[in-house]
Design a protein around this ligand. Sequence first.
Ligand code: FAD
Length: 539
Amino acid sequence: MSDVEVPVLIVGGSLVGMSTALLLGSHGIRSLAVEHHRGTAIHPRAAQISQRTMEILRSVGIEEIVRRRSDEQFVQDGAIMAVETLAGREIGYFIANLNEGIRDVSPTERVFISQSLLEPLLKTRAEELGAELRFATELIAFDQDQHGVKALIRHRDTGHTDNVRASYMVAADGAHSRTRKALGIPMEGRGVFSNSATIYFRADVAPLLRGRNLSVIYVTNPALRGFFRFEKPFNRGFLAVNAVGDPANPVTDVTTGLTEARCLEWIRVALGSSDIPIAIDNVMTWNAEANSAARYESGRVFLAGDAAHAMPPNGGFGGNTGVQDAHNLAWKLAMVLRGEAGSELLSTYDAERRPVGAFTTEQAYSRYVTRTAPHLDSSGIEPVAPDLNVELGYRYESAAICHDTDPGPPHDNPRESKGCPGMRAPHVWLDRRGERISTLDLFGERFVLLAGADATSWCESAQVVGDHAKIPIDVHRVGPGDLDDPDGAFPGAYDFTPRDAMLVRPDGFVGWRSKTPAGSPSAIAGALAQLTFRNALVS
Ligand SMILES: Cc1cc2nc3c(=O)[nH]c(=O)nc-3n(C[C@H](O)[C@H](O)[C@H](O)COP(=O)(O)OP(=O)(O)OC[C@H]3O[C@@H](n4cnc5c(N)ncnc54)[C@H](O)[C@@H]3O)c2cc1C
């Protein structure tokens, strides 16, 4: 046995644990992620990657490689739709083209890339940024006190154990999170409504696609409800099966007694063809559920990803929501560990992410009920909100936001958020000395003071306060000589006059915006004190 000291221990090295390690690394914070499996994901699972996740990946320098790899695997810009069978009648389209009508809101696009391809890219970048990832290694036990977390980890093959001392621990150990259970945090919500199966198979389905570009194909017929996803060149994919038999009174435990013959039969029924040779590669079982953890935090331990919220895959929100958890938590841990923020900042992780997680889980449930489970009562479900609002328009309400109006509903159209505190700062294309950048490219590492063309006094004040507080602040003026606004879109998108200013947090969310025309150090100091829980900044 030996001792390991690390600022942050991460339990689980799949999509969310790996993202946490990567994002901490981008803030210069070392972490150790332990993962039970012997390598990155072998099952494709999550593939629909939202614009928000792509924005986050852009901020850590891997947007381009992710796009390239996604193109190798999937045809992009496909539809999300429903059929009776792939060969048969189309029922309807939920989204006709994944990126149509949404390209203006982000410098990025939605892509399809499976976890099995994405995770190695996250891993490489996380390691470049100093993260340590140990596979075939599990968390055995942990304990915490006011000074930190002590954990025992063990290599599954060698049996070698290590004592780990960390300041904080992030539990990204999945829907069955043992960490969450050990902390006594219950899950709340709608429970488990299906024991589902994902059947990975090979078959030449190109003739049945008939040239249609389909990303997710819901199958709804009297025999089964579920969905298909196919990879290029349309000779492999999966069928997820949620329910079989009578749609009004179906069998929702499809996993008990599952045989290869039954899997083959379901695939044939869903394809609507018995003529195509099929080879089954693998079957994975999982629970369709819609539940959220009652708390995301217990002392120095934080839940992220499926450990915090387990939702059905309908909408493609689960993994993306977990990446957003990691993004929200990473800068807070970094600032607290560096002594730039008070430890109370960490409590805003639960305050901000739990309502968003619960809202998104309900949205996934509403899509599950309306798309795939006619037997479930739809009277008590939330109306389906636009995917764009769920992905880019989620709102934070916490003490780490200087709200200047009543915080509105948990989501908004990102085109209407207008730089309101608690919302993601909008995307606008700008020109920086001949280079085309997005406003979003200004965010990621530090607080940013974003100022209108005539707001030079705000810029000077921010510099003074940042230097005094030893909190690095990047200062940007949108106006000639600094950042040009070639399309004149910035004032409208941010509801800005040339004399306005705002503080954007390192996660790209607006923390504060000015209410007075002339910048003063005390106004910036007051805002920064609230955003970082550093009361001493206000003299
Ligand atoms: C069929 C299907 C399709 C989906 N499609 C999408 C999609 O298109 N888009 C999307 O966003 N989401 C999708 N999802 C959801 C997505 O797969 C999950 O939300 C995501 O994988 C959660 O990642 P995670 O890292 O939180 O948890 P997991 O992927 O469950 O990872 C947890 C990890 O923790 C490890 N672990 C557990 N306990 C320990 C321990 N004690 N020590 C060490 N390691 C431990 C496990 O081995 C595991 O690898 C889909 C899900 C399914 C089932």
